[in-house]
Design a protein around this ligand. Structure first.
Ligand code: BGC
Length: 549
């Protein structure tokens, strides 16, 4: 063995490969993960931009909700369409299209002069997110050597959370730039998008996709370029697998139907979609969305301070995703996901308890002011849960007043004098620290496991013939459940209270532990081709094992 050369490793099926990989695979992963960065940035930045946009364009609630959620809706649809595009035209071209679309959407948003343009811009950005979120992990997985795959694919989640952190910092910086700060917040995303677009012109197509298209010479050249080692064994393994695929995929039936009829792929699809569903059902985006309010609840009254502390929570999310990147090839996907879920379950319950104690010990309204629709509420919790009412108080006096943006504080001041405080979204209690601690602990557990693993595992569990469609379906499940959870949160809290909602998420996380323990196999250290055998052998949802073990 030459000095500096990595040792030969042996895969389970006896194939030898070198742990060494060209540095090129890192360059490839870096440019790919810009897609993850844009996913995180564009979903995160809008909350801060909305505060300014609502004033500039006089946006009513319906328009605000539309501008926020239309991106997630477009992502759900285009994750599905992305499956067809990257199967037909290749992973590289799909990522190129995504970065072009991101650039276009960001520029349009930055120069918008009416709300319709904003809406179109947000749809375009959502198309980019849909395409990138399903293609990037798959592309990285197909280009990576087995021993680095988990690590490189999980990097994409590091980029997502870094994008969310960058968004909260940019929001903080530009929130006081009035009236045009929002143009920078939304438009700046064009810069990384352009960098990715240019970079991808020089990056290769996925070798596995090329082999599947019988473009063997190009595929071999790419493998040599990204491996810097003898690739004969890997070529043999991929080609054998593609031959096997051809036997499986004999009919010209619609791909998804064929996938559902094949028991091995069906299991992979259940695992992939289940993980994505449970990621969202465990309430991550509610926690993210609620972070500024939870911080305010814990006694930080100053709006600006609360915005910056929300950036600190985004930093916690990012830093602990790095822990996941570090652990994924050490302890494996399963243990990482299960331990993450156990922590998530406890912290969700803790959050629920925090909100419940705050509600039980909610301050009373001791001086209702008649002639307003808010005067009938007798406690602070009831007051702030009612439509357009807020809690106005000082150390001796409290009342419930109608909430009118920018002018209620004046009303509150005129009623109780200079020492007033006014809140429309939380009540002052001594238990609010529980929610703050619960949120931080939640992120510490969610970020290394349940955040990245659904993406990482989906990128590796499908056979080549079903990989695009499998990822398309599972990614859409992620975006659709994201949309449902975020759109229902407010009505859910109306129906079963805030703590009720967190207890519900706790029970979803508990079910997720059972689901992962029963159905998710370990894929660490195995080649994409070997993972297929794991699924042939693994436990089936109906409790039987396949005969051809
Ligand atoms: C999820 C996003 C979430 C993010 C939080 C991602 O894995 O898919 O919905 O906002 O993690 O860091």
């Amino acid at each position: 063995m030459d000095e500096g050369e990595e040792p030969l490793l042996q895969s389970e099926s006896g194939i030898k490969y070198r742990a060494n990989n060209s540095r090129f695979v890192y360059v490839l992963a870096f440019f790919s993960t810009i897609g993850g960065f844009l996913f995180g940035y564009d979903t995160g930045v809008v909350s801060g931009a909305m505060i300014l946009l609502a004033d500039v364009f006089k946006l009513h609630h319906v328009w605000q909700e539309l501008i926020i959620s239309v991106t997630v809706g477009a992502a759900a649809i285009f994750a599905m369409i992305g499956g067809v595009i990257n199967e037909k035209f290749g992973r590289k071209r799909t990522i190129l299209v995504a970065s072009f679309v991101f650039t276009l959407g960001s520029l349009l948003l930055g120069v918008s002069f009416n709300k319709e343009m904003l809406l179109i811009g947000r749809i375009i950005v959502g198309i980019g997110i849909g395409l990138a979120s399903m293609t990037v992990p798959m592309y990285i997985a197909e280009c990576s050597p087995s021993n680095l795959r988990g690590y490189l694919v999980t990097l994409n989640n590091g980029a997502i959370t870094f994008g969310q952190l960058a968004a909260s910092i940019i929001d903080g910086l530009f929130s006081s730039v009035k009236p045009n700060g929002w143009r920078y917040m939304l438009g700046l995303a064009a810069i990384p998008a352009i960098i990715q677009f240019i970079g991808f012109f020089f990056l290769p197509e996925s070798p596995r996709w090329l082999f599947a298209r019988n473009r063997d010479d190009e595929a071999i050249a790419v493998l040599r370029q990204i491996r810097n080692a003898n690739v004969d064994d890997e070529i043999h393994e991929i080609k054998t697998n593609i031959e096997e695929d051809k036997n499986v995929r004999t009919s010209r039936r619609f791909l998804l139907i064929q996938m559902l009829m094949d028991s091995t792929v069906r299991k992979a699809l259940i695992v992939g979609c289940g993980l994505q569903l449970f990621q969202q059902l465990s309430g991550i985006n509610t926690v993210m969305y609620y972070s500024a309010t939870i911080i305010k609840m814990s006694g930080v009254e100053d709006e600006k301070k609360a915005i910056w502390l929300a950036a600190v929570t985004a930093a916690v999310n990012f830093l602990f995703t790095l822990v996941g990147i570090y652990l994924v090839e050490k302890i494996g996907r399963r243990l990482l996901t299960i331990s993450s879920l156990v922590g998530v379950t406890f912290s969700l319950a803790f959050l629920g308890i925090g909100f419940q104690l705050s509600s039980i010990h909610s301050a009373t309204v001791n001086n209702p002011i008649p002639d307003t629709h808010c005067s009938m509420y007798t406690s602070c919790t009831k007051c702030i849960s009612a439509e357009n009412c807020g809690y106005c108080y000082n150390s001796t006096f409290s009342t419930c007043l109608p909430y009118i943006k920018n002018s209620t504080s004046n009303l509150c001041q005129s009623k109780i004098g200079d020492t007033f405080k006014f809140n429309e979204d939380f009540c002052p209690t001594k238990y609010s620290w529980i929610a703050l601690v619960g949120m931080i602990v939640y992120l510490i557990f969610f970020a290394p496991g349940m955040g990245p693993m659904p993406w990482t595992i989906n990128a590796e569990i499908y056979p080549l013939w079903a990989r695009s469609t499998g990822n398309a379906v599972a990614t859409s499940v992620n975006w659709i459940s994201n949309l449902i959870i975020s759109m229902t949160f407010l009505s859910l809290t109306d129906a079963i209270t805030k703590y009720g909602a967190f207890y519900l998420y706790t029970s979803f996380a508990l079910i997720a532990i059972i689901f992962v323990s029963l159905f998710v196999p370990e894929t660490k250290g195995k080649s994409l081709e070997e993972i297929q055998n794991v699924f042939k052998k693994s436990w089936t949802p109906c409790g039987s094992r396949r005969v051809n073990e």
